[in-house]
Design a protein around this ligand. Structure first.
Ligand SMILES: Cc1cc2nc3c(=O)[nH]c(=O)nc-3n(C[C@H](O)[C@H](O)[C@H](O)COP(=O)(O)OP(=O)(O)OC[C@H]3O[C@@H](n4cnc5c(N)ncnc54)[C@H](O)[C@@H]3O)c2cc1C
Length: 350
């Protein structure tokens, strides 16, 4: 920790929960995601936090990055405003590093540690529809995440900047509809928030799963149509552990940072699809993958982008995912991979 500049340097192997706990001692924070268990991959794949609407993505906090390209050459890059000549490499590493090399260290900006308001509740589909509607006009300091399977669980998270803003956030949270179990809490840091889960993980070792992350703009007038599609998909999911969830972006996540590979800066929602099947049952695996593809096809009109937090080089969708994640930036990424990882030691970009 550089106490003057408030920068922190971490190596691969540090979990986001550990980073959050460490920074708490210095009264600082980092926009970690919905789980403290994720590691460097969280940062390298973009890093969408419940606080991203006001703090930006995890990649937006990187100021130095060190590692080894796939060809074995060592690199140490600084954010482009302080170093000319390697903008393309910087941009590639901020969001697509996992395809190009092994990252050993990153230096990160940190944020002041502030208390968080946490609202959790169970919802019906029509209440979820209303919550999403309300969330689309919230200030940047508040975000909504939800998960939908056997039932719907939603979690709104707001950063308390001062007492006035706390009153505003409370007022917005009080307006949210719910069916049961509403809890509003104030916690000290991200690592103390409840998990976004349906709590049916008791037999998770007997299931295998894939996760597909989508990105798209506000649903607005499409809201009822999208909710109906999701309800139908949930009703026909092939395994009880399949679910559809979403987290909210927007606000300063929109900052069109041209120096990152996260090109879907306009996105407001990141719905993700969890497809599960009984372990080692190939026919059930195929059924679930079909359901996931159907979900993707049905939601693509509101979610044209992909967030490659999970990569699938072993699946036939890999190329489609790459195209939807990087669009026009993909050919340049492929060119850089040809230079820095010519033997394709890292995951493929084709
Ligand atoms: C419970 C849970 C909650 C999550 N919540 C969020 C969330 O809120 N927001 C969000 O954006 N994502 C979220 N994710 C997705 C998560 O960020 C990605 O799955 C991420 O890739 C995990 O990285 P890892 O280092 O923990 O895992 P690993 O399995 O170690 O790494 C995942 C992949 O990243 C690459 N990788 C990891 N470390 C390095 C490195 N040092 N150098 C090069 N490549 C590397 C590798 O390709 C590896 O296969 C969540 C995942 C889980 C399981």
């Amino acid at each position: 920790m550089d106490r003057d500049k408030k920068h922190v340097e971490i190596e691969a192997g540090v979990a986001m929960g550990e980073l959050s706990d460490f920074l708490k001692k210095h009264k600082r924070s980092f926009p970690i995601g919905l789980s403290g268990m994720t590691g460097m991959g969280y940062i390298l794949t973009g890093g969408i936090s419940p606080l991203s609407r006001s703090k930006g993505l995890a990649i937006d906090q990187i100021i130095e990055i060190k590692g080894f390209w796939g060809n074995g050459k060592e690199f140490h890059l600084l954010r482009p405003s302080t170093q000319k000549g390697s903008i393309f490499e910087w941009k590639a590493l901020c969001g697509a590093a996992i395809f190009l090399g092994i990252i050993t260290k990153v230096k990160l900006k940190t944020q002041p540690l502030r208390p968080l308001l946490s609202w959790t509740a169970n919802l019906s589909f029509s209440q979820l529809s209303e919550c999403i509607n309300q969330a689309e006009s919230w200030p940047n300091s508040l975000s909504l995440q939800w998960i939908c399977g056997d039932y719907i669980f939603a979690h709104a998270i707001g950063e308390v900047i001062n007492t006035d803003n706390e009153a505003v956030l409370m007022n917005l949270l009080e307006k949210l509809p719910y069916s049961r179990n509403r809890i509003i809490n104030k916690v000290n840091d991200m690592n103390s928030l409840p998990n976004l889960s349906l709590g049916n993980n008791t037999n998770k070792n007997s299931n295998h799963s894939e996760v597909l992350g989508l990105l798209g703009p506000a649903w607005q007038k499409n809201n009822p149509k999208v909710l109906k599609i999701i309800q139908d998909l949930i009703n026909k999911r092939p395994n009880k552990s399949c679910y559809i969830a979403s987290q909210q972006l927007g606000g300063i996540t929109h900052l069109n940072d041209r120096h990152t590979s996260f090109i879907h800066r306009e996105a407001i929602w990141k719905p993700w699809v969890n497809g599960a099947w009984e372990a080692y049952d190939q026919s059930k695996r195929i059924r679930t993958l079909k359901w996931m593809e159907e979900t993707w096809n049905s939601l693509e009109f509101v979610c044209p982008g992909v967030h490659l937090a999970q990569i699938h080089p072993h699946l036939p969708w890999h190329q489609r995912e790459l195209s939807s994640a990087f669009n026009d930036w993909l050919p340049k990424l492929q060119e850089l991979k040809g230079i820095h990882d010519p033997r394709n030691l890292m995951p493929p970009l084709k």
